[in-house]
Design a protein around this ligand. Sequence first.
Ligand SMILES: [Zn+2]
Ligand SMILES: [Zn+2]
Length: 317
Amino acid sequence: MEIKLMGVRGSLPTPLVNDEYRERLKSILDLAAREGLRPDRVEDFIGKLPRELSTVYGGNTTCVTVTSSSGNIYIIDCGTGIRPLGDQLLKGPCGRGEGMANIFITHTHWDHIQGLPFFKPLYIKGNTLNFYSPYPDMENRLIHQQGDFRFFPAPFEKTASTKHFHLMDPETPLVMEKDLIVSCFPLKHPGGSIAYRFKQGGKTFIFATDVELTGEMLEKPGNDTDFFLGADLLIIDSQYTLDESFMKFDWGHTSYTVAVNCAIRWDVETLVLTHHEPSYSDAALRNIHSEALEHREAMSMSRPEVIMATEGTVFKL
Ligand SMILES: [Zn+2]
Ligand SMILES: [Zn+2]
C-alpha cells in the first residue's frame, strides 16, 4: 500500500501567511549569502536546505489517498486537499469519463467534505463515485452541503457523475480487493467520527482523525481498542497541546502527548500527527514535533517513529 497526504490541516484551510513566508525567505537568502551561492548550484543548495526552510506543513484540510498493491486509489475524506487530487486524477480515466473514485468519509464536519464541490471528476459524465461510511444519510448530508444555489451554484444531485452510497457496519469488514480489507471503528467526537483501517499484504494502515482520546480511556478496563493494535502506520488527530486539551475538554480532539501514549500502548510502528490547528505557524508545529519526540523519550521508548503530517508526503507499506 502507498499512503499519500493531500490535506493535513484541521478545521479550516490555512495558507502560509506573507510574514512567515518573508521570514523563511530571509533565512534562505542569509544562508545563500554566507555560502556565496553560484547560480549553477541553486538546485543543490535547495536540496540541502534544512526541512524547516524547504517545506511547509501545508494548509489544505483533510484528504488522504491509499493506493493498493494493484494500483487502485481509495480516498479518505474530502477536505480541500481533494481539489488538487481531482486535478491529478483528470490526467487518467477520470478525465475521459471512465474513472472510478472510492471515497471513505470519517464524518461530515465541514473540513472533511468542503473540498467535494471542487473535485472535478464529480462533474464528468461516465465517472462513478462510490461513497463508503456507516452513516445511512450520507447522500442527504452531501446534498445539504451543496444543494442551495445561494451558497453554491451546482447542486450535488445534478452533477454528471454516477454516485453510489455504501453503508458500512463496524462489525463487518469490507473486502475491497482480494486481499485488501477495510474496517471501521466509531470514535468519540461531537456528532461522531469514524476510524478506517486498511489491511493488505500483512501491513496495516489506520486513519483516525477527529477523535478525543484521553489518558483515562487508555486505563479503563474493557475499553475495546483492539482495532488499533499493531498498526504499521497510524495517522491520528493531535490538534492540541496537553494544556489546550484540558481547556478544550469535550471539543473532540486529542493532544500529541496522549497520541504518543496511545501509539506506544498499541504497539504502532510509525505515528503521524495530523489535523494541525489552523492558528499554529509551521514554527509552532515544529515545536510540537520536538515536544512529542521528547515525550516519547521521557517514556524511555525508541518506538514509534513520530512524524508531523506534511502535505505531499508518501508512506510505502
Ligand atoms: Zn476536522
Ligand atoms: Zn470534526
